[in-house]
Design a protein. Structure first.
Length: 120
């Protein structure tokens, strides 16, 4: 099963939703890791084999974080970030995407669906 690393900007209710669906989710806030550098966040995700879930757009920069170099990044691109919209988009993604293929993928999640990018 896929494991997630929740960036500090992910709503606690979203983390609970993922946990309720049986996912192993490490929350940076619960770990007392607020304000840690991005390189530390991605290194934790790599070291622990976790896909990062975040609102931060810079994690979608494939030059800084090539998809082939991590276990997956799910960048939530919903503005304004209303809980109900984020939850609906995440539910749709989890129902439609084959999570066994998340490693090496950049997923851009928005209200209308999701896009997946991989590097060769």
């Amino acid at each position: 099963m896929v494991k997630f690393l929740a960036d500090e900007n992910i709503f606690p209710a979203i983390i609970q939703f993922l946990r309720d669906r049986g996912f192993d989710v490490k929350d940076l806030r619960e770990e007392g890791m607020l304000g840690v550098p991005d390189i530390t966040i991605i290194d934790i995700a790599r070291r622990e084999g976790r896909a990062l879930i975040t609102f931060d757009k810079h994690f979608a920069n494939i030059l800084l974080y090539p998809p082939s170099s991590h276990y997956g990044v799910i960048r939530i691109r919903i503005h304004p970030p209303l809980f109900s919209d984020v939850l609906q988009a995440l539910e749709t993604f989890l129902d439609e995407f084959d999570l066994t293929t998340l490693k090496g993928a950049l997923v851009i999640l928005d209200k209308s669906g999701f896009r997946v990018r991989r590097t060769p």
